[in-house]
Design a protein around this ligand. Structure first.
Ligand SMILES: C[S@@+](CC[C@H](N)C(=O)[O-])C[C@H]1O[C@@H](n2cnc3c(N)ncnc32)[C@H](O)[C@@H]1O
Length: 283
């Protein structure tokens, strides 16, 4: 495991900008919302809840199935899934304060009997082989220092036939980007510590997952469904960003920079949002 890259992720989530932004604007729910067609005006919180339910639906498991939430953050996805689908959830995250909040969230929601969270690293899982019926990752896989190692670990802990669901960004290959777009995406990758994002290429993501030994890989581009939230974040970020840019402070305000560029890049498809499903082979 590359310790310095894991500590870079921890450092990113511990910056004041991340702590304030994720707490004040997103109330600790660190993922994009899913806006069903015709419901583009719902609140961010409602759309985020729909995204969580969508992940649970894609797992498509029976009640009491054992599911791992890898990179659980403050646990909103697991809690929503425990309530709606009655799976049993184990969540893990690098950050102790996220895990603490996740366990509080589960308790408040009345699902602490089926959703537990602990500090852990999905690059080196502390679970036996063939243990989980399903695994999901929501907006965390880009942080992996070595995506192949993570997929190997997930494959190991999944039961044969077990399901993996990944909600994640992909990008256009560098040769299809302008030098400016390349530079901006590279800055976002470096300062938000998302090394694997470099390898998550739009139309090649399914191939990348298949190459690590998963079957039935299906990737669905849902960029349009998250667009209303990218637009809201754009309007929140655009004025502060002008000041940040004036003083060349972008690397200290990476989420604000992200807010400004994600909306247009998502719209033109050079930065996609996908839900990918696949299964571990039955031997
Ligand atoms: C954008 S947040 C998403 C959190 C959560 N999935 C959600 O939807 O609210 C990404 C999370 O992944 C966690 N993370 C990053 N790398 C990790 C790793 N190697 N092992 C476990 N958690 C990790 C971070 O600490 C952070 O909480």
């Amino acid at each position: 495991m590359n310790k310095s890259e894991d500590s870079a992720v921890i450092k990113y989530y511990k910056t004041k900008e991340s702590l304030w932004g994720y707490n004040l604007i997103l109330k600790g729910v660190k993922h994009f919302g899913y806006y069903p067609k015709g419901k583009e005006n719902i609140s961010i919180a409602d759309a985020q809840e729909i995204m969580s339910i969508e992940v649970g639906k894609q797992l498509n498991l029976s009640k009491d199935s054992l599911v791992l939430d890898a990179g659980c953050g403050e646990g909103p996805v697991s809690v929503a899934i425990a309530q709606k689908y009655k799976y049993r959830l184990e969540g893990l995250d690098l950050l102790d304060f996220n895990v603490e909040h996740a366990n509080e969230r589960a308790k408040k929601a009345g699902v602490s009997d089926r959703a537990h969270f602990q500090v852990g690293n999905y690059s080196k899982l502390d679970f036996p082989d063939n243990h989980f019926d399903g695994v999901f990752m929501v907006e965390t896989f880009v942080h992996a220092p070595d995506y192949k190692k993570v997929l190997k670990e997930i494959r190991r802990v999944l039961k044969p036939g077990g399901k993996l669901v990944i909600a994640e960004y992909t990008k256009s290959p560098d040769e299809e980007l302008t030098p400016r777009q390349r530079r901006i995406l590279e800055n976002i990758i470096v300062f938000s510590s998302m090394p694997s994002f470099r390898y998550f290429i739009n139309d090649k993501f399914a191939e990348l997952i298949s190459a690590e030994g998963f079957n039935d890989v299906k990737t669905s581009n849902i960029s349009q469904r998250i667009e209303p939230m990218t637009k809201k974040l754009y309007y929140i970020a655009i004025i502060p960003y002008q000041i940040i840019r004036l003083f060349k402070l972008q690397k200290h305000f990476i989420n604000t920079m992200w807010g400004v560029y994600h909306y247009p890049y998502n719209k033109i498809g050079i930065w996609r949002y996908n839900i990918t499903t696949c299964t571990k082979p039955n031997r």
